[in-house]
Design a protein around this ligand. Structure first.
Ligand code: GAR
Length: 192
């Protein structure tokens, strides 16, 4: 299963995928390229260190969202992916893009969807007095963070948690969740 990862920043989820792949734990999945919309994304360095081809496509070079998405499709499809993985890719995608990758496009979202779609998920969960936060891997559909849920993990919130400590705990859980989902997709253990 050929996997293209899209990133915008730190790339710690990408690193988890790279590590599982290096350890032979990613099933039949293989990361064939990493594409970032930000030249400064640390994830590009992580991919480079692992010998994975990288590309940068800045949204700033395009006058509108659909022109960027169209160019992004051209970049991605060179690698003939079976799966496109959004790993901290902080762009809202057009329905044209999402439809092009129907059932081949997944996202990691740092909340227990359907709760807390969008941004500032940890701040909102803390503000609401939730007992649990978490992370969700879901199929991407045109509506933001609303596609079918593939798998979720719960992370208990403690009284001492701040936005920063909660973010770290959830990220840690994400780093096991995303590789395990991609492994299981590659092995046909999760149905589309
Ligand atoms: C992760 O927490 C991920 O769930 C979140 O961005 C972070 C990326 O971290 N994604 C979203 O909020 C998507 N809307 P990373 O770059 O270190 O993997």
């Amino acid at each position: 299963m050929r996997v293209v990862c899209l990133i915008s920043g730190e790339g710690t989820n990408l690193q988890a995928l790279i590590d599982w792949q290096a350890d032979g734990l990613l099933g039949d999945a293989r990361i064939v390229a990493v594409i970032s919309n930000a030249a400064a994304a640390l994830g590009l360095e992580r991919a480079g260190n692992a010998g994975i081809p990288t590309k940068i496509l800045s949204h700033r070079d395009f006058s509108n969202r659909s022109a960027f998405d169209h160019a992004l499709i051209q970049f991605i499809d060179v690698y003939e992916p079976n799966l496109v993985v959004l790993a901290g890719f902080m762009r809202i995608l057009t329905s044209g893009f999402v439809t092009h990758y129907e059932k081949r496009l997944i996202n990691m979202h740092p909340s227990l969807l359907p709760k807390y779609k969008g941004l500032n998920t940890h701040k909102r969960a803390l503000g609401a007095g939730e007992k649990n936060a978490g992370a969700t891997v879901h199929w991407v559909t045109p509506e933001l963070d609303a596609g079918d849920i593939i798998r979720q993990v719960e992370v208990p919130i403690s009284a001492e948690d701040t936005e920063e400590t909660l973010k770290a705990k959830v990220l840690d859980a994400e780093h096991r969740l995303y590789p395990s989902v991609i492994r299981d997709l590659s092995l046909g253990l999760i149905k589309c």
